[in-house]
Design a protein around this ligand. Structure first.
Ligand code: HEC
Length: 146
């Protein structure tokens, strides 16, 4: 009888624990990253593909408007990201996609890693998960012109 009770408690605990894990997971990016986080396919291309950078003027223009509204009170576009481990308010983003690595996470400077960054907060950089994928890709299109 006691064994049965213990078994029942174990079953309940594992149930609750997996629920917590599932809930916590919903806050994640859903997008693949180099460190093997949970993957979900981004619309139109598979999880391990590089995210294509949009180069049309319409996307760049829309991205610029969003960037000015959401990013410029922390980031400027006149200076390049700092080299090395300099901590500052927020890195200048000039040429961000032309660098080898992103200034703080040190992940390769790719559209996908910036997209991941926008989906998840990172230290003092807030999350922009509330933007649509379209909007995020437009911001990246604009970043690519800096
Ligand atoms: C509240 C201030 C703030 C806002 C708003 C903000 N950022 Fe940041 N961002 C930061 C800080 C600070 C860092 C440096 C890393 C850190 O401390 O988290 C950073 C880092 C970054 C990086 C480098 C990430 C890396 O992996 O090294 C990119 C790219 C970036 N931000 C893009 C953006 C874009 C695009 C927007 C607008 C959609 C934006 N940020 C809005 C503060 C901000």
């Amino acid at each position: 009888m006691n064994t049965l009770k213990i078994l029942l408690v174990i079953i309940i605990i594992t149930g609750v624990a997996s629920w917590f894990v599932a809930v916590a997971d919903e806050g994640g990016t859903g997008i693949s990253s180099a460190n093997g986080e949970k993957d979900k396919t981004i619309r139109g291309y598979s999880a391990n593909d590089e995210v294509p950078v949009r180069v049309d003027q319409e996307s760049i223009g829309k991205g610029k408007v969003l960037f000015e509204r959401l990013c410029t009170h922390c980031h400027n576009t006149a200076s390049s990201p700092p080299k090395g481990n300099v901590k500052m308010r927020a890195p200048g983003l000039k040429g961000i996609l032309k660098e080898d690595v992103l200034p703080f996470s040190k992940k390769p400077a790719t559209a996908r890693n910036i997209l991941n960054q926008l989906n998840k907060s990172f230290d003092k950089m807030p999350s922009f998960h509330f933007l649509s994928e379209d909007e995020k890709l437009n911001i990246i299109a604009f970043l690519n012109t800096l």
